[in-house]
Design a protein. Structure first.
Length: 382
């Protein structure tokens, strides 16, 4: 587990207490003087905002401009903006936070332009390629480290499989695709990127405001320094890259040490991935996807338009000229999964419920298929 400080960090004005110290002391559910004292000791905001974030290897292109509220034509401080004040008022009303303390916190948040750039949609001329995407995650390093991780964490992987019904290779593959087993977990300050995406992103602002709310609640519940946590450019945290809301809903203390820690504890990361998939419909013992044949690509369009939620039986798919290369239960719901390959022909598969469950972790068929392919490779090598 990551050690927690035994004494509070200094605030910018030594005579004033940390904003979240007061938040916890006044708003956290009462648990006696010991709880309050612990919160006061461990929740302190750093003396000065963090500088430019280090580049996140393999995910963050070089040359990104430094964050600058002034050049963006917005208020110099998030605390001065009307929409932030409305958000703060909601946190006060719904969760008992202290308005002045939250506003002081937001006055220290830095806008992160790199997060805006990295979460923006690709240009219209960009052509996705499953073949290229697959090669990024089925590389020798990830396979080698995946086998090592499986060997070292076998006890926890088996326990998670027993408790949640998710096979070890799927859990290992997800952690490998997400962070290369903790090597690439992100160096963005989570509060900065969530605030930036919540109030300055042109799309999905409501989603990120929800995650910002969840992060503040998570920090209060866990007695964390809100400025200390680092993660991805979208605010995902730890080995499994959980968003704050997913941490609060699905993270588990698999090793039973009384603390849920996804940043440094592989056991909890393993259990939390399995917990998430089980909560999103993973069916123990069932396949993930099937190889398929089809008569004519032109007949597939209605099935592509229907999306990736399984809803067709193999008999119903036969009406579109589709059959499976592998045995399929007559009543198993399936979806057509199409994976574009740039200017080349797409790749097509039949996705079962377990494929759909993986897409709830990251809503991309490319992602789910890469997880499955890596899991299959790792299992074969075991």
């Amino acid at each position: 587990m990551s050690p927690r400080p035994s004494t509070p960090a200094s605030f910018s004005n030594p005579a004033r207490s940390s904003p979240l110290t007061a938040i916890i002391a006044h708003a956290a559910p009462a648990a006696g003087a010991v709880r309050v004292l612990l919160a006061v000791l461990v929740v302190a905001i750093a003396a000065a905002p963090a500088g430019t974030e280090a580049k996140q290897r393999a995910r963050r292109p070089a040359g990104a401009p430094a964050a600058s509220a002034a050049t963006a034509g917005i208020a110099a401080s998030y605390a001065d903006r009307a929409e932030v004040r409305t958000f703060v008022a909601g946190m006060v009303q719904r969760h008992g936070f202290i308005e002045s303390e939250l506003l002081e916190l937001f006055s220290s948040v830095q806008r992160n332009d790199e997060a805006l750039r990295l979460t923006a949609p690709p240009p219209p001329e960009f052509k996705r390629s499953w073949t290229a995407y697959r090669s990024r995650f089925l590389d020798p390093l990830r396979i080698r480290e995946g086998l090592r991780f499986w060997r070292e964490q076998e006890l926890w992987l088996e326990l998670a499989a027993q408790r949640f019904g998710v096979p070890p290779e799927i859990v290992v593959a997800i952690i490998g695709v997400e962070t290369l087993y903790g090597r690439i977990s992100g160096d963005f300050r989570v509060l900065d990127v969530l605030t930036t995406l919540a109030f300055d992103a042109p799309r999905r602002a409501d989603y990120f405001r929800g995650e910002l709310e969840q992060y503040l609640l998570f920090s209060r519940e866990s007695a964390l320094d809100v400025f200390s946590v680092r993660g991805s450019y979208a605010g995902a945290i730890g080995l499994p890259q959980f968003m704050p809301g997913s941490i609060r809903r699905f993270a588990v203390d698999l090793d039973g040490d009384g603390d849920v820690e996804l940043r440094s504890d592989p056991a909890d990361a393993i259990g939390s991935v399995a917990s998430f998939l089980a909560a999103h419909g993973w069916r123990s013992g069932e396949p993930v996807r099937f190889e398929m044949r089809f008569d004519s690509e032109t007949r597939l369009a209605p099935l592509v338009d229907a999306g990736i939620r399984p809803q067709f039986t193999i008999a119903e798919l036969a009406a579109y000229g589709i059959s499976s290369n592998e045995p399929v239960s007559p009543d198993m719901p399936l979806a057509l999964i199409d994976l574009p390959n740039g200017d080349a022909a797409p790749s097509y598969y039949l996705g079962a419920q377990n494929f759909f469950a993986i897409t709830r972790y990251n809503r991309s068929s490319f992602y789910a298929m890469a997880v499955y392919e890596l899991a299959r490779r790792l299992a074969a090598l075991r």
